[in-house]
Design a binder for this molecule. Structure first.
Ligand SMILES: Cc1cc2nc3c(=O)[nH]c(=O)nc-3n(C[C@H](O)[C@H](O)[C@H](O)COP(=O)(O)O)c2cc1C
Length: 263
């Protein structure tokens, strides 16, 4: 007998907004009653959440260094265990998604969840306007909608995904997280004190709400403050970092396509 699913609960983290856009398109394809938890801001993460019966969890997260962001992992580990279907997604900046999708799959399985469909989508890179420029674009959004539709078909049956296809692209143990970078975004004189950055920071890293004063220990270098500053007053990184990013961008100008995994 197939599953009886009527509710689509999306959980996503999206400091620069690309993951959020993918989730919207996938949800359109899934075409179920939507429930949404945007975990980007601490106020939502701090509340925690209760899960319903008869729901599919749509989990979508950006790739950080070929892995899941650490704070996302910490949040997911606290979700209740139990048998429930999941649509698992990562969004990466046109470089590589590394072990992140396998890591998400493993985390779901460890909780007793069944992954019915998985995908890696491309979004404009948080640190670049060149890598994955303008993505997701309309073609990506259509692919995401079709992926949602395919996931819906899988949900109506009993099948779920194994790790076999994912292991062709990734491996355990996962690559290690790199060492913390010893800088955080800097603010130029263009700053108009509008506080957009303070409001959008996913980790409350602005000390006393001051847009020019960032706590180095808290900042996760997600680039939300850089990408959304209306005055373009924020920038990230020293000369070495900017050179590395330019080299990375030059090596990743090709268009990577979404990768879809279905049972
Ligand atoms: C700390 C950090 C590490 C990242 N690592 C990778 C990576 O390993 N591979 C990649 O292709 N993109 C990487 N990116 C880019 C993001 O995965 C990509 O831009 C994603 O679309 C951002 O999602 P968001 O717009 O929902 O925040 C990284 C971004 C950040 C901030």
């Amino acid at each position: 007998m197939g599953r009886q699913i009527i509710l689509n609960t999306s959980l996503y983290f999206s400091p620069t907004g690309t993951t959020r856009r993918i989730v919207k398109s996938v949800s359109a394809g899934l075409a179920m009653r939507p429930r949404e938890f945007d975990l980007t801001l601490p106020s939502v993460r701090d509340k925690g959440l209760s899960l319903e019966r008869d729901e599919v969890l749509s989990l979508a997260f950006p790739v950080y260094h070929g892995r899941l962001p650490i704070l996302v992992k910490d949040f997911l580990l606290k979700l209740p265990n139990g048998k429930r279907p999941v649509v698992a997604m990562v969004v990466y900046g046109n470089r590589a998604y590394g072990d992140s999708l396998l890591e998400l799959f493993d985390l779901c399985r460890a909780k007793g969840y069944e992954v019915v469909a998985a995908a890696a989508f491309v979004g404009e890179h948080s640190y670049s306007h060149v890598m994955g420029k303008g993505r997701p674009d309309p073609a990506d959004e259509e692919r995401a909608r079709c992926f949602g539709l395919a996931a819906r078909q899988t949900l109506l049956g009993d099948a779920y995904l194994t790790d076999k296809a994912l292991l062709a692209k990734a491996k355990r143990p996962y690559r290690p997280y790199p060492q913390r970078l010893e800088f955080c975004p800097t603010t130029s004189r263009r700053c108009a004190n509008c506080l957009t950055c303070v409001k959008l920071c996913p980790v409350g890293a602005f000390i006393n709400g001051d847009p020019k004063n960032i706590d180095l220990e808290r900042c996760i270098l997600c680039a939300a403050c850089v990408k959304f500053c209306p005055e373009r007053a924020k920038s990230i990184g020293d000369d070495d970092f900017c050179d590395d990013m330019a080299a990375l961008a030059a090596a990743n100008l090709d268009r990577k396509e979404p990768q879809i995994f279905l049972p």
